[in-house]
Design a protein around this ligand. Structure first.
Ligand code: PXP
Length: 259
């Protein structure tokens, strides 16, 4: 299983003070040294964390492939085409959201996505779509002839943390309502099944499969065991753990879990 380390949150910390440290570029050789496979970054339209200068330097100096997440905004796509990352992952983006909340709405944006995918591929960039794990989305991705899909694991991660998070209020709440717990267990199984089905459908179409969002040290093992998922992109939980154990140890710990 390959690991893409999303280093956006290093820039989040820098932007909390609008200063120049910590610099996400400094994380790049550490990620490579630990045996991870890819650097993942998101150039958001509002530049709330990673900025244009970061992307340019990270692509120039990274020895690992760079997976650049971006929206379909015309200015962003122009930049991405010029920057030539190894891969572009197209994600939905809303200014008011805290993080990418769901997968792409391919039906609504089909024609724009079609031209974006062609344009990026013509610039020698692998293209991935960040989608919800449904058969419809896999089929729509096939029509768009993308190289990769990245399955959104946010729903799975939310249910997992409602069930197993050690947050006391959640735990007590579930204990009091046993039915609720059983219901959540069923929801968790269903969300795993959806991911597994979507991954196998994508594989049948010859589309490579990544997954990500909300994955952490508690919930990642089950996702890593799903057939045909060959890459996980993980950010927040790795950077959060690195505050206490250092980035190198945090990456090694997650690599051990997923392999
Ligand atoms: N994959 C994609 C497409 C994302 O948008 C994100 C969040 O930026 C991630 C993976 C990483 O999510 P998390 O920070 O929750 O691990």
């Amino acid at each position: 299983m390959n690991l893409g380390v999303n280093i956006d949150h290093i820039a989040v910390l820098r932007e909390a003070r609008k200063t120049n440290e910590p610099d996400p570029l400094d994380a790049v050789p550490i990620v490579a040294r630990c045996g991870a496979h890819q650097i993942t970054i998101h150039l958001r339209e509002d530049r709330r964390h990673i900025n244009d200068d970061d992307v340019e330097k990270i692509i120039r100096y990274s020895k690992l492939p760079v997976n650049l997440e971006c929206s379909i905004d015309p200015d962003i796509i122009e930049k991405v085409a010029k920057l030539r990352p190894y891969r572009a992952t197209i994600v939905p983006e809303k200014r008011e959201e805290v993080t990418t909340e769901g997968g792409l709405d391919i039906a609504t944006y089909h024609s724009r996505l079609d031209s974006v995918v062609h344009y990026l591929k013509a610039n020698d960039i692998e293209v991935s779509l960040f989608i919800d794990p449904t058969i419809e989305m896999i089929r729509a991705s096939k029509v768009l002839m993308v190289d990769w899909v990245e399955l959104h694991t946010g729903a799975y991660a939310n249910i997992h943390s409602m069930l197993y998070s050690n947050l006391r209020y959640t735990h007590n709440f579930i204990k009091e309502l046993d039915i609720q717990r059983r219901e959540l267990e069923k929801m968790l199984r269903d969300s795993m099944n959806k991911l597994a089905l979507a991954a196998s459908e994508a594989d049948e179409f010859g589309i490579k499969v990544a997954a990500g969002h909300g994955l952490n040290y508690q919930n990642v093992k089950d996702i890593a065991s799903i057939n045909f998922i060959e890459e996980l992109n993980i950010g927040q939980s790795i950077i959060a753990r690195s505050v206490f154990v250092g980035l190198e140890q945090a990456i090694k710990d997650i690599l051990e879990l997923i392999n």
